[in-house]
Design a protein around this ligand. Structure first.
Ligand SMILES: Nc1ncnc2c1ncn2[C@@H]1O[C@H](COP(=O)(O)OP(=O)(O)OP(=O)(O)O)[C@@H](O)[C@H]1O
Ligand SMILES: [Mg+2]
Length: 365
């Protein structure tokens, strides 16, 4: 095992006057290049934990190491140069332009004007903003755009570690989904060690290589990969936190191409009534798909076939899935289609179909 990038060893925080700790004896390791998501109810100590890592809050006891060194052995400002921080509720400086906001840390580090300007342009592009936004002020951007600026600002000096405190908390679910997708794309490019805080379990499952589920008082209830947590929740608290739709969440983690697809009840356009009935009986359905070789042109009700199957005016499958979509998408398609199956294509090539039985079998395995 290589050294972890971040190591918390029995870290506690008692704020002045508190009898119970905000964070109690928390031990946690984060590997280099890993995305770890801290998730838990409000007040469970997520922000406090992040702030102890960059020493905005000093731990009461325990040790924290970043890149192998005890964080108290370096000056806090020096430590923070290596740790990008996206603050809860964005926290852009309202009276500074977008460019000036992004250039905050390079400014503190005394970078030359030219180098800073170049870096700002690079980051604006990296997080999917337009260059013309540079001279605007935060209030002149949408919520999602402001969140992107927050991420760009944290990345400015290219720190190996990134702490993100509910960075997508203030936007609607659609924008949030897009920002999550972008973060995953971005991470493939920059490969940072990221500690990401959220109270949204779906966000945690989507983004985390590992997820740490915290309870009030900063108590670690489970620390494992999303699929491990969904398959084997450690206790009642985790189970309840995951919610009733735990199985659906598991389906959303599995891509369609991880399961074997069936060819399904398909006949050639020239098939006659007898063959159609045989295929329907074999599959226990009242419809057939019409296709040959790699194609699948549509489907017909068996009762509508009088002559050749292809003459019965095949209807197109309304939803065509691709192999990179999830079993959750497949289930949506199954329950909303007349045929009760999800059909999967790679471009024009028909790959196969999934029934509800195949999908639920995957959950049992
Ligand atoms: N500066 C402070 N002084 C005293 N108590 C504090 C301070 N900061 C946080 N706390 C307390 O510590 C506990 C943990 O707070 P923290 O902000 O870490 O929670 P959180 O998990 O980030 O919550 P949220 O999801 O609402 O952001 C809370 O009970 C909070 O009231
Ligand atoms: Mg918080």
């Amino acid at each position: 095992m290589p050294e972890p990038m971040i190591r918390l060893d029995r870290v506690s925080k008692y704020f002045p006057g508190q009898q119970t700790p905000a964070v109690g004896e928390l031990s946690l390791e984060v590997a280099e290049g890993e995305v770890v998501v801290l998730v838990g109810p409000s007040g469970c100590g997520k922000t406090t934990t992040l702030k102890m890592i960059n020493r905005l809050v000093e731990a009461t006891s325990g040790t924290i190491e970043v890149a192998g060194s005890d964080i108290t052995s370096v000056e806090a400002p020096v430590l923070r140069q290596g740790i990008g921080y996206v603050i809860q509720r964005i926290g852009l400086f309202p009276h500074r332009t977008i460019a000036a906001n992004i250039a905050t840390v390079p400014g503190l580090l005394g970078w030359e004007k030219e180098r800073t300007a170049q870096r700002v342009d690079e980051l604006i592009d990296l997080v999917g903003l337009e260059l013309e936004m540079k001279e605007r002020y935060p209030s002149e951007l949408s919520g999602g755009q402001q969140q992107r600026v927050g991420v760009a600002r944290a990345l400015a000096a290219d720190p190996p570690v990134l702490l993100m405190d509910e960075p997508f908390g203030a936007v609607d679910p659609i924008v949030r989904g897009r920002l999550q997708e972008e973060l995953l794309d971005l991470q493939r490019l920059v490969n940072k060690t990221i500690v990401f805080v959220t109270h949204d379990i779906d966000e945690a499952i989507r983004l985390g290589d590992r997820v740490a589920i915290l309870n009030v008082g900063g108590v670690l209830e489970q620390y494992a990969s999303p699929s491990e947590i969904l398959t084997r929740p450690a206790n009642r608290f985790v189970e309840e936190f995951l919610g009733e739709d735990r199985s659906l969440k598991r389906l959303s983690l599995t891509p369609i191409d991880a399961v074997k697809l069936a060819r399904g009840p398909i006949v050639a356009p020239g098939a006659g009534r007898g063959e159609v009935e045989g295929v329907m009986k074999e599959h226990g359905v009242d419809w057939v798909g019409i296709g040959a070789d790699e194609g699948l042109s549509g489907w017909v009700w068996g009762r509508d076939v009088t002559g050749r199957a292809g003459d019965a005016d095949p209807k197109p499958f309304s939803v065509r899935l691709t192999p990179d979509q999830s079993l959750r998408d497949a289930l949506d398609s199954v329950v909303s289609s007349h045929t009760g199956v999800a059909v999967v294509f790679d471009g024009d090539a028909y790959l196969g179909m999934l029934s509800i039985e195949q999908i639920s079998r995957h959950l049992i395995e």
